[in-house]
Design a protein around this ligand. Structure first.
Ligand SMILES: Nc1ncnc2c1ncn2[C@@H]1O[C@H](COP(=O)(O)OP(=O)(O)OP(=O)(O)O)[C@@H](O)[C@H]1O
Length: 439
């Protein structure tokens, strides 16, 4: 598989082998059904992909045979390169290294970003002072949107509403001819994931194309932090009902997503496998593109798997394969399996590593950063514990909350009672200091 990138871009990206992608798509196309049929269908789909691969390998081998041992040697190595490429090794080609005619072809096809857009991209990235990794993530998403092949003729929402669910109109959609972006943006809390999302949103705003992106989150509070909505409300997912794809719901989703090309799902650690499947399935139905994951939209999943898990520890995206294999007996389990396999199509990955929230350079700052990092993996050292204990209130050397240095710091308490008391005192003090009246 060949990908083209502008010369100055340096995407940290990898591709699943095409065969694995095919297998995942084959499983998606099977759909939920009774467990014996499901197992049979999955095994037939697997065999079909394996047969396809073997046929391709045999064909290539038979085309490459030669009686001349020298030529045979050269062909064997070319053959093995071709096989490696088929098996998933990425071939990255700089746009500048292409012959002019090929470059012109790409420009005409909209595969190369226009200079004005490039300038805007840089302006926004400078405004947010994005670091190298953040810039990489931001540029991958924005480039995908800029080189997007637009659906040719989308029906007006008015027509959709008037004709209720006349999906015949969607036949006029020209499906994107390029693979949509499936990207995961990770990094521990404070590494600037939201900053990247804000950059993407500002870029679209400056281009007057804010309508192209929808930001979704699993809970209302997570959604309000990123000015988004919950995916339950946006995609009309029913929390209780298994069958949420009624015609009215699908019509409403089709109308909401009429001009959308990118969805960003925040706090992905809280996403259930079955929810990812349902999101994709609802969009497929809304765009009348059954079998085209997420209806062909670009999808960015952002979050940190060290943060909150899904409610009730249901089947999360990081569940192990072993724990999933027993699930296919129920329809819900099959949805989990399909959501889990969808997660594995997110093969463009950027992990942010620099903590932008705690950037102090003092010895204490760096010790605190290290302690937090170790705590995340349950691997605190003696030095970390000593440092954290030195901040526990009550001991003679510990800070007091009335000390001006510690007045506005975050406080962790074990009891709601203590939390409420501290909040109440702090509110009164803040009102007094800022000349405001508490109501
Ligand atoms: N490139 C940057 N330059 C300056 N400040 C930044 C940059 N990136 C992020 N920040 C700041 O660092 C803080 C944390 O950033 P942000 O909220 O985006 O992190 P996050 O990874 O989304 O965190 P969380 O997972 O806790 O939600 C914010 O105050 C943000 O303004």
């Amino acid at each position: 598989m060949t990908k083209f990138f502008q010369a100055e871009d340096d995407p940290f990206t990898y591709e699943l082998s095409q065969t694995k992608q095919d297998a995942i798509e084959a499983v998606q196309n099977v759909g939920p059904q009774a467990s014996t049929q499901w197992r049979q269908a999955v095994s037939t789909a697997k065999q079909c992909v394996l047969d396809q691969r073997n046929r391709a390998l045999n064909l290539s081998d038979s085309n490459e045979t030669s009686d001349d041992p020298k030529r045979a040697g050269v062909r064997t190595s070319a053959n093995s390169r071709a096989r490696k490429a088929r098996e998933g090794n990425v071939v990255v080609t700089s746009i500048d290294s292409l012959p002019e005619c090929e470059r012109a072809q790409l420009e005409t096809a909209g595969s190369v970003i226009k200079p004005a857009d490039k300038e805007l991209m840089n302006q926004v990235s400078d405004k947010f002072s994005l670091n190298v990794d953040q810039k990489r993530a931001y540029k991958l998403v924005v480039s995908a949107l800029l080189t997007d092949i637009q659906p040719a003729t989308r029906p007006q929402s008015q027509q959709l509403i008037d004709n209720d669910i006349d999906f015949g109109q969607f036949a006029a959609f020209a499906p994107p001819t390029k693979d949509p972006l499936r990207m995961y943006l990770g990094g521990i809390g404070g590494t600037g994931k939201s900053q990247v999302v804000n950059g993407i949103l500002l870029f679209l705003e400056r281009k007057n194309e804010s309508y192209k992106c929808l930001v979704l989150a699993p809970t209302g509070s997570a959604a309000s932090l990123v000015d988004g909505s919950t995916y339950h409300s946006t995609l009309s997912l029913s929390i209780d009902s298994e069958d949420s794809a009624t015609q009215t719901r699908i019509t409403s989703i089709a109308s909401k997503f009429k001009s959308v090309r990118l969805i960003i799902v925040h706090e992905v650690s809280m996403l259930l496998c079955k929810d990812l499947y349902t999101i994709s399935h609802q969009l497929e139905s809304a765009f009348k593109q059954v079998g085209t994951m997420f209806g062909g939209l670009h999808v960015l999943l952002a979050g940190d798997f060290g943060q909150l898990p899904p409610v009730g520890w249901s089947c999360s995206l990081y569940s192990s394969h072993a724990s999933l294999s027993s699930l296919a007996v129920s329809v819900k389990g099959q949805k989990d399996v399909m959501g889990w396999s969808l997660w594995h199509t997110f093969t463009t990955v950027v992990i942010l590593r620099i903590n932008m929230r705690q950037r102090g350079e003092s010895e204490g700052d760096s010790g605190y950063r290290t302690a937090l990092g170790n705590m995340r993996y349950g691997k605190c050292t003696d030095a970390d514990i000593k440092l954290l204990n030195s901040r526990v209130l009550g001991s003679p050397s510990a800070p007091t909350l009335s000390d001006p240095r510690f007045r506005n710091v975050s406080v962790i308490t074990a009891w709601n009672f203590d939390r409420d008391a501290i909040n109440s005192v702090s509110c009164e003090r803040f009102a007094l200091e800022s000349g405001q009246k508490l109501v």
